[in-house]
Design a protein around this ligand. Structure first.
Ligand SMILES: Nc1nc2c(ncn2[C@@H]2O[C@H](COP(=O)(O)OP(=O)(O)O)[C@@H](O)[C@H]2O)c(=O)[nH]1
Ligand SMILES: [Mg+2]
Length: 462
């Protein structure tokens, strides 16, 4: 059954506006909505897990790790609470920690989860202090599968436009090497036969095999990403579609064109439009997580492809809904703030992190260029949600537990600081580091979260 997620989220919105029913609440509550977003495997879920762990450790164990001490000083903070957001399943913090305990990474996200962070501050202005003892600042975080985000741009395309661009896309770049089987299926397919559910399923399954394989091989622009998830709310088993050769998409009377155009329309109306409404809502600040290691591990072409993907997604990432821009930037005459954050920085020695930052800045170039005429300020920095590696015996080395559980040292060539420094055919092997037994201490030792909190909590001052 198709769940009506639009209705679900409308309920949440209504509830949100009703809770502020006392005067004190109206004046003492400030809600900020943040998008911490990124492609699948960019490190969203791990980052949320770490943030919640750090905050809980502060409020439950009184242990304030450094970044929190600086940005949420105990002298000002009365209390920090984590609560569910109505209408969303609660973030699987306990499951994620249980996985880490077992030496495994948190499971891939297949649906949306939400949580609120409520920071209760002491009221500092003396008049206000008599009326209201405190101010609550509410931060809302939503975690969702990265596969969804790459589908949002499909909303503004017709089936034929999408099909032609997807066909061209899978015929070039590193992904063309994984599209052979799919193309062969299409070449030997008899499109004179009518599009029955069985024949459609046959094509959809072949196309899905391509998506799965390309994803495994580090390709980032895969549409529809929603088809990659087994437990998708969109019923791609019955309403699936695939790109078709232009000989078919150029003939609007072709039965296969008609069938896929109809399914594509259902995908847009029943799935993408409500999804965009509910998840990619306007937010105060955006943080876009970028994993550069998948690309470094594969090839320079993969990094170019990542750059292209980020540029394609720039509108989705930065605007969310187009109202975000007008509401938060134009009306308030503010400067929009967007941070691009490279994750998993613990996978390379500290001495190489400068290069990684420079590479990140180049990878986001195309995305940023889409906003040159807008008052948006971009920041770049690195994080590690968990510091799984240790310093090595030289500045070029790190130590970690490898997949066999042996504690090893690896010495690194310099990370390329620009795409042109990476040679054609070369790749930068990334260590396959295991989740260590002392994971909790390593979460609290994560790097860059202070910068992230500063970005989130800063009042937007320049
Ligand atoms: N070394 C290291 N690996 C990380 C870190 N964060 C994430 N990872 C790896 O990246 C994978 C994907 O992270 P996840 O948070 O599930 O990404 P999501 O798909 O954006 O939610 C994890 O399974 C880990 O292998 C980090 O801070 N350090
Ligand atoms: Mg996830």
């Amino acid at each position: 059954m198709q769940k009506n997620i639009a209705a679900l989220f409308d309920k949440t919105m209504a509830a949100a506006s009703l809770t502020s029913n006392t005067l004190a609440d109206v004046f003492s509550k400030e809600t900020h909505r943040f998008t911490i977003t990124g492609l699948s495997r960019s490190g969203k879920s791990m980052l949320f897990t770490s943030l919640v762990t750090m905050l809980k450790s502060r409020s439950e164990e009184g242990y304030a790790c450094l970044p929190l001490l600086r940005y949420l000083p105990p002298s000002q903070v009365l209390d920090i609470r984590i609560e569910p957001i109505e209408g969303y399943k609660s973030f699987p913090q306990a499951e994620n920690l249980a996985a880490l305990e077992q030496g495994q990474w948190p499971a891939a996200t297949e649906e949306a989860f939400g949580f609120k962070l409520i920071v209760r501050l002491k009221q500092t202005a003396s008049i206000k202090r008599h009326v209201l003892p405190h101010t609550d600042i509410v931060f809302e975080f939503i975690d969702y599968p990265g596969e969804w985000i790459t589908d949002i741009p499909m909303l503004s395309k017709t089936y034929a436009q999408w099909s032609d661009s997807a066909w061209a896309q899978l015929s070039g770049g590193p992904q063309q090497h994984f599209a052979h089987d799919w193309k062969q299926v299409v070449n030997s397919f008899d499109f004179e036969q009518p599009p029955t559910p069985q024949r459609i399923q046959h094509l959809v399954h072949a196309y899905r095999q391509y998506l799965i394989e390309a994803k495994r091989q580090g390709i980032s622009l895969l549409q529809p990403g929603s088809f990659l998830l087994d437990s998708s709310d969109f019923d791609w088993q019955s309403f699936g579609f695939t790109p078709l050769p232009s000989s078919i998409t150029s003939d609007v009377s072709h039965p296969w064109y008609k069938a896929f155009e109809q399914h594509f329309g259902a995908f847009q109306d029943k799935w993408l439009a409500p999804l965009k409404q509910s998840i990619f809502k306007e937010t105060d600040k955006q943080i876009i997580l970028v994993d550069l290691f998948e690309g470094l591990n594969h090839s320079r072409q993969h990094l170019y492809q990542l750059k292209e993907t980020l540029s394609h997604l720039a509108d989705t990432f930065v605007y969310g809904q187009s109202s975000w821009f007008s509401r938060n930037v134009l009306k308030k005459e503010q400067i929009g703030k967007v941070a691009f954050v490279a994750t998993k920085a613990d996978l390379i020695p500290v001495s190489q992190r400068e290069n990684l930052l420079s590479l990140l800045t180049q990878i986001t170039e195309g995305a940023r260029a889409r906003f040159t005429d807008k008052p948006i300020e971009f920041e770049h920095f690195l994080v590690s949600a968990i510091e799984v590696t240790d310093k090595g015996s030289t500045p070029q080395a790190i130590r970690y537990k490898n997949s066999d559980g042996a504690y090893v040292e690896s010495t690194f060539e310099p990370v390329p600081s620009a795409l042109k420094e990476m040679e054609e055919g070369a790749h930068f092997p990334v260590p396959n580091a295991k989740v260590p037994a002392d994971f909790k201490a390593r979460i609290l030792a994560g790097k860059g979260l202070d910068r992230l909190l500063q970005f989130l909590l800063g009042k937007g001052e320049q």
